[in-house]
Design a protein around this ligand. Structure first.
Ligand code: NAP
Length: 286
């Protein structure tokens, strides 16, 4: 089995970005800038934000973190987003989700300028993805597509099954797989909690993507021999982080698979840096 090493691939991409950013700073006179907003004390979100800050620093991207108390009023949060939209040093604005209860995430996401929407959650960018037009793509599914490309694993002409239909992972991933293109052109099935026989759908998949959020959900009898399996799930268990796939049981059946941790997670951060550089290039026309 080929291990799809997201950690190593992300490190390679981050080194490439670092070199690219150094050249861009020399040409345009300022670094790309990413503003990250974290509201409240959610422990997982704090780790994600710290990792994003560290990745920016290492790549030479200026990182502006805004940590707000959980009691922040909606109007203040919207005010901050508007300020960041207008700030010339900021190329990307990322609102870490989930927001504490009482805050309206949809309204905030729609306020982020589509030109700075490096998470790709603004309806304009979602629309562009749906239409197959250029725009910002959500980092987790885009990172997965980048990983497949780096390993030369094209889903073109193959059957792809996506488990999960969230706006963050499953739905945009399915759209990307079904786009026209060398590393797309898949025939895609989306499964969710109302799908009658998920196992039967999975067994037909040449490429299986699991984004359900249930440890060990995908068992050996659910995969087609030789399939490529991408495990997006991250759940905290007593044994540590666990993916949606039973890695040990699947590894002798599949042809390639991502580990958890060290698979999709690091690619998500690398993709965020790529998106930030994309935003910067568009703004400075570099
Ligand atoms: P989510 O919003 O909870 O979505 C889960 C999806 O799984 C839903 O569409 C749900 O269906 C579906 N589902 C639930 N039970 C199912 C079942 N028995 N059979 C088939 N489908 C079922 O989660 P998410 O935000 O997409 O995240 C999914 C996982 O990926 C989580 O573990 C999360 O931590 C992880 N994640 C990882 C990264 C990363 O960077 N590696 C990034 C984002 C998320 P319904 O729509 O019908 O409810």
């Amino acid at each position: 089995m080929l291990l799809l090493d997201g950690k190593r691939t992300a490190q390679e991409i981050r080194a490439e970005i670092r070199a690219e950013v150094a050249a861009l700073i020399a040409a345009a006179g300022r670094p790309p800038g990413l503003a990250v907003i974290l509201v409240g004390q959610d422990p997982a979100s704090q780790v994600y934000v710290r990792n994003k800050e560290r990745a920016c620093l290492e790549a030479g991207i200026a990182s502006f973190a805004h940590r707000l108390p959980a009691t922040t009023p909606q109007a203040d949060l919207e005010g901050l987003i508007s300020d960041l939209n207008a700030d010339p040093a900021v190329d990307g604005v990322l609102l870490q989700l989930p927001l504490p209860a009482g805050l309206n995430d949809r309204r905030c996401l729609e306020l982020i300028s589509p030109d700075k929407d490096v998470d790709g959650f603004h309806p304009l960018n979602v629309g562009r993805l749906t239409l197959g037009l250029p725009g910002f793509r959500p980092c987790t599914p885009a990172g997965i597509m980048t990983l497949l490309e780096r390993y030369g694993l094209s889903p073109a002409g193959k059957r792809a099954v996506v488990l999960g239909r969230s706006n963050i992972v499953g739905r945009p991933l399915a759209l990307m797989l079904a786009q026209r293109g060398e590393y797309a052109d898949a025939t895609v099935t989306i499964c969710h909690s109302r799908t009658p026989d998920v196992a039967a759908e999975c067994r037909r998949a040449d490429f299986l993507f699991a984004a359900v959020g249930r440890p060990g959900f995908v068992t050996r009898d659910m995969v087609k021999p030789g399939a490529v399996v991408v495990d997006v799930g991250i759940s905290r268990t007593d044994q540590g982080l666990a993916g949606d796939c039973d890695f040990k049981a699947l590894k002798d059946v599949v042809s390639a698979m991502t580990p958890v941790p060290g698979g999709v997670g690091p690619m998500t951060i690398a993709q965020l840096l790529l998106n930030t550089v994309q935003a910067y290039r568009a703004r400075v026309r570099a």
